[in-house]
Design a protein around this ligand. Structure first.
Ligand SMILES: [Fe+2]
Ligand SMILES: [Fe+2]
Length: 357
């Protein structure tokens, strides 16, 4: 017998209330500074201690990237694992090593490492080490989770040679039909994606001056050979008492404070917002299209901050999906002129590796 379900609630109403709740939840999630104290370290079965600055496992929801801190004691090696997302590593203290698909990479404070998707990796510290290795990771796991594509596989302490390789990719084939073209396109892309750069040593960094009292360098970006999911890391050094210029753009964008103390202006308008203080180890969160500007409050020392955002994939996509909406804005002229401030030359100190604590 045929049945028919009737309901007085239309698709339109269900969708409307669901969408409203979704945005309300997100607005309740407004963050400015996540301090180092907000991310306490917890022992894990991997052998490391992990703290969550931003991420579902620390009950701080996020849509595109997460931010975690890890510590590993001398003599400890973590389990080996791989996952469908990739992660950017920023070492902030201690000495140690990463093994990525069998390749051994020694690291120290200020170094950056890329953990590509599906690459087996583990981390360790020599037994004679004197301090824990401490590093931040910024991963694309939340972005993949929104599409139902988060996959994690832990293989305990297995040797790399006994582990299965990355998912195989079909060889490119001849032909001009759409399927042949797709196979060739994907084979070519994976060839590139699987041979990107993995490591930037602090010792190789060269900072370039900008006109406004900062100097900057890429840490992990396609401009210097990385093949990541679109997350990029760059470091800014802000001169004593200097500031970055104000602007706004879509989130999620973060600044990890590597060295120094200062504050950030964040507001729904370029004036009348709030100043939030920060210090070494804190994560400055810029989201909800807030106007923002970062200030080094120390009159004698520079501040070093590492900027992380998912520009090369998600934000580029948003730019074209939202066109002609403007997604990067500078404040009105009178505010910009007033901010020009001191443009005198800065005597930059020698670049020394960061340390923790
Ligand atoms: Fe991992
Ligand atoms: Fe910004």
């Amino acid at each position: 017998m045929a049945t028919k379900t009737t309901t007085s609630v239309t698709h339109y109403h269900v969708q409307k209330s669901r969408r409203k709740k979704f945005v309300e939840d997100w607005r309740a999630n407004w963050r400015t500074i996540v301090t180092v104290e907000d991310a306490p370290l917890v022992e894990t079965e991997r052998g490391s201690r992990v703290g969550v600055y931003v991420g579902a496992d620390g009950d701080r929801q996020t849509r595109t990237m997460d931010a975690l801190v890890h510590e590993i004691d001398p003599g400890v090696t973590t389990t080996v694992h791989r996952h469908s997302w990739d992660a950017m590593v920023l070492v902030v203290g201690g000495q140690g090593w990463f093994e990525i698909d069998g390749e051994h990479i020694d690291v120290g404070p200020g170094d950056s490492v890329h953990l590509p998707c599906w690459a087996w990796h583990r981390t360790g510290v020599a037994a004679e080490g004197t301090a824990p290795l401490r590093y931040m990771t910024f991963s694309s796991e939340p972005m993949l989770e929104t599409m139902g594509m988060s996959v994690l596989e832990d293989a305990g302490h297995a040797e790399f040679s006994t582990l299965p390789p990355r998912p195989p990719v079909s060889e490119p084939v001849e032909g001009d039909d759409p399927y042949a073209r797709r196979q060739r396109r994907i084979a070519r892309q994976q060839g590139e994606r699987r041979s990107g750069r993995l490591h930037t040593s602090w010792d190789d960094l060269e900072l370039l001056n900008t006109p406004r009292g900062t100097r900057t360098t890429f840490l992990l970006d396609k401009a210097i050979g990385y093949q990541a999911s679109g997350i990029t890391m760059a470091m800014f050094e802000i001169g004593p008492g200097r500031r970055q210029s104000m602007h706004r753009h879509p989130g999620e964008a973060w600044l990890y404070v590597l060295e120094g103390t200062g504050h950030s202006y964040e507001g729904t308008e370029p004036e009348g917002g709030t100043d939030y203080p920060w210090k070494k180890g804190d994560l400055i969160v810029v989201d909800h299209f807030l106007w923002h500007q970062h200030f080094n409050d120390d009159p004698d020392n520079t501040a070093k901050v590492v900027r992380i955002h998912m520009f090369d994939s998600l934000l580029e996509t948003m730019r074209v999906l939202c066109d002609p909406l403007v997604l990067f804005e500078e404040p009105p002229d009178h505010i910009r002129d007033e901010q020009a401030g001191d443009v005198s030359t800065i005597e930059w100190p020698a670049l020394e590796r960061p340390s923790w604590p």
